[in-house]
Design a binder for this molecule. Structure first.
Ligand code: NAD
Length: 280
């Protein structure tokens, strides 16, 4: 089974580490914030314990799964990883810096995958000496529950890199879909303008946050309303994707709602911060 590194142990990275370990991969999990990767692993331990108690998995299987997740740091990352999956915040500069470091530290054959929602895979590839081995692997949130992975080729991504990651997504129990590189790829190109429009509707006083979500749930058969979904994704991430769509596509229909900017400036980043359009 593959040796996978997951860099960034936030909401997405922890979920990716979980599904990779469940599929039998050995996982190196790392984060720059002290204690975050260990906290992510502790949360996973609690969820494994619940699965054992419910009889979903056997005790020794749970123990083996947890043993496969090794918390480490960039200075001690295993050189021979098959695929490194980056899940750090949605900022091109942060991701570019990380890709330069991974390019130096990992074996030449290692694939560098980004879970980015909107950053250009081609631009990340260009920051490395292995552009053919850079690819987008866009999981959905929450990772253990959501089936889709968008696999995105940058211009220089080789066929073998693409196939390797497509197959890895399948082995993780996901349904991969090939998406041509374009800002926001496919899902966010369609989803983010809807979430942004819901924020404009709130800002314009069309209805309360609760009623906007209730109306969209009942009116369009969505499992959760757009404002709750924005809170789940993280409002900092939603703003960043919106800005990328706006800048890259040059169309004002993607301009972020001013209210979204104010929430992000206030640090009300949604569920992970305990407060967004709703309180958690
Ligand atoms: P998050 O804020 O929950 O987690 C990011 C983590 O990365 C933090 O723990 C932070 O300490 C860590 N980090 C920052 N810089 C780092 C570095 N240089 N090296 C290692 N760790 C570092 O964010 P998230 O919601 O998990 O999103 C991560 C990525 O996944 C983003 O690119 C986002 O666009 C993408 N994504 C998010 C969602 C979503 O719904 N939240 C869905 C799909 C993809």
């Amino acid at each position: 089974m593959s040796l996978v590194a997951v860099i960034g142990a936030g909401q997405m990275g922890t979920g990716i580490a979980q599904v990779a370990a469940q599929a039998g991969c050995t996982v190196q999990l790392l984060d720059t914030q002290p204690g975050v990767a260990l906290a992510g692993k502790s949360k996973l331990e609690a969820s494994v314990r619940r699965s054992i108690e419910k009889g979903k998995i056997k005790e020794h299987e749970g123990a083996a799964l947890l043993e496969r997740i090794v918390v480490t740091d960039l200075d001690h990352i295993e050189r021979e990883v098959d695929v490194a999956i980056e899940a750090i915040p949605e900022s091109f500069e942060l991701k570019r810096e990380l890709f330069v470091i991974l390019d130096e530290r990992l074996a030449g054959r290692s694939i560098l995958a980004s879970n980015t929602s909107s950053v250009s895979i081609t631009a990340l590839a260009a920051a490395t000496y292995r552009p053919d081995r850079v690819v987008g692997m866009h999981f959905m949130n929450p990772v253990p529950a959501m089936e889709l992975v968008e696999v995105i080729r940058g211009l220089p991504t080789s066929d073998s890199t693409f196939r390797h990651v497509f197959e890895l997504a399948r082995r993780l129990g996901k349904q991969p879909v090939e998406v041509r590189e374009s800002p926001g790829f496919l899902v966010n190109r369609i989803l983010i303008p809807m979430l942004n429009e819901a924020i404009f509707a709130l800002e314009g006083g069309l209805a309360s946050a609760a009623d906007i979500d209730l109306a969209m749930k009942l009116g369009t058969h969505q499992p959760m309303g757009p404002l709750a979904l924005a809170d789940l994704i993280g409002l900092d991430t939603v703003l960043s994707i919106c800005e990328t769509l706006h800048v890259e596509l040059g169309d004002d229909k993607y301009r972020p709602a001013p209210l979204l900017r104010r929430y992000v400036a206030a640090g009300w980043h949604g569920r992970k911060a305990g407060r967004g359009f709703f309180a958690y």
